[in-house]
Design a protein around this ligand. Sequence first.
Ligand SMILES: [Zn+2]
Length: 451
Amino acid sequence: MTTNPGKPRNAARALLAAAAICGAHTVGAAAAAPADSVTVITAATMIDGLSARPRSNVAVVVRGDHIVAITSRDSADLPTGARHIDLGAATLLPGLIDTHTHIFLQGEVPADGGYDVQLLKQPLAYRAARAVVAAQRALEQGFTTLRDMGTEGAGYGDTGIRQAIDEGLIPGPRLYVSTLAISSTGGYPLEGYAPELTVPKGVQLADGPVEARRAAREQLDKGADWIKVYMTHRSWVDREGKLVSQPTLTVEELRAVVDEVHGWGRKVACHAYNGIGLKRALDGGCDSIEHGLDLTDEEVAQMIKQGTWYVPTLAVYYKDLDPPDTPSGQRDRQRIALHGASFTRALRAGVKMAFGTDVGGFPWSESIAQEFAREVEFGMTPMQAIQSATTRAAELLGMNGEIGVIAPGARADLMAVEGDPLADVAALGNAVFVMKAGKVYRPFSGKDALH
Ligand SMILES: [Zn+2]
């Protein structure tokens, strides 16, 4: 990726202008509703992302791209002349937030060529086209914000998708992107090719504090909202039956990254399974631990002391297990067992936890909401699980009060599901209405008079 970052912006502007000339504005020339439009959304039940209990028979008043009031469905002072969307018996929620995704990955299904084929054989434009589809799928499922954790060899493509969404050219969630991500030599695929060959890598490799800081600077300069660092790489089960993970960056290398990124007012997410690499991630000052399969009590205590976020990704590890009688199959089963127990331990201790799935590591054709059932299986109440993907996730992003909550002044990011998600979190997979920034992307039962 050697594209001058100034060019795509101009190209997109030209496209926008062309769309306006052709009168094609209904395709999505705006990412938000017009500033003066007023919409009243009524629903039998509302879970606002913050309150401990749901509220019945509500009316949410949206002006432009923000929520301006919440009142009763029967209130006498609802604005007159407003568009009305009645969600009937559905449950209204804030738009959901997935804080660990990969829009540029399409699963790692071995039969489809796994991970490597995506970097070796797929043109960047093809990968970008599929990323557009992935973003649209997330939005249709009610996920109005994603923190995307690296393009896996697709360069700075995520900044272009973010721009196209922000400009209303394509439908998609608001994106927080981390571009290339950083690891050290020997710390990321592609691997296993003849040593004489130069193959692409799924991250930017950096060795030594100077290179690590430089990599962070480059990525921030080219549009990263977050910096993603891999602190562990390969994992295996040792002779005592324990899960071991190869560490990557040193504490000194990570500190250089964290120091740089914090200076820009941004944050660092660290992929870390366990052991030396996870300890280095905490000692080096990571803002969020991704996956965190195997957390010790000491590490949990350190996370609480430092205010480190935990983004577990439970469901993805239940997929594509190797046979149980193979070393990699044993490792796969260890991961599952340790991850569930670590989740429960961190939850009970009060670690700050946000919803993440690693979708892209599994195909985008699957439901993102499947993670909620795993969160509940390992100890969250359904309300805690919902909050992990609303208020808690917003807090991780530094956007509390703005997104992940239904409250006056918040952005009008809303979704609704059929059924009662507090009785069964699987209902969160049944999105029947989606609004982002006041604009309807999934009309409710076709009754909405948007078009
Ligand atoms: Zn990931």
